[in-house]
Write a protein that binds this ligand. Sequence first.
Ligand code: ZN
Length: 264
Amino acid sequence: MQRLGKNLRGYAGETIDIDAVLRDCVAAARFHGWATEEIHPAPELILGFTRHASRLRHHTPRIYISTGIHGDEPAGPLALRQLLRENAWPAGLDLWLCPCLNPTGFAVNRRENREGHDLNRQYLATEAEETVAHIAWLSRQPSFDLCLCLHEDWESDGFYVYEQNPDHQPSLAEAMIARVGEVCPIDRSEVIEGRPARNGIIRPNIDPRTRPQWPEAFFLIMHKTRLSYTVEAPSDFPLAARVAALTAAVNTALESISRRHCAS
Ligand SMILES: [Zn+2]
């Protein structure tokens, strides 16, 4: 699979009708028994979907998945729509989904929201009302065993993943890379986004407390979880491959967590 070569100074690929995609997500979620709520009303419509496994076990793993925080990254909301429609979630997991954190950005195919905020830099010093509402909602939820943030990167030569795993739990990254590699190129550069990388995996050694601007993943690792992955699909490849990459990454991570807890 070759780069398309058309995303040279930013994302120049397909766009989506985010309102239609979110309507599809709500319809699929309700059909399959999810609870849906408005975290923030339209036009900055932020939705939260939750579904709990039946209470057969003492501890059900809790998984949080978000996407659509950058309005020029359509594969994430499309991937969550596909996963909601397929409804093939591994057994025994409690799930929280946010299918689009920046709807006004999608309306103009731009990374930032309508006011020009990069919402993925808002999670320490928060100005955007979308982020205020999202943090308030997150704070009402329990802690998570795993968080996944779905993104795209128009500069990269393939899929890659950032891992935050301060307790050195068994990593899910290698399994994700192996599975995604069947449907999408992997960026095997030794440096990605200025950070050392190996086989498409970045394990950044960053203390968020030293950083003035927090992405969502920093908030999550500081307040909500001890295992987080930011997965990045390469925007300069066909949209179908990027959606396949993100759904494969999510399915692999969830199957691994489900298996691990069923075995214990
Ligand atoms: Zn992004």
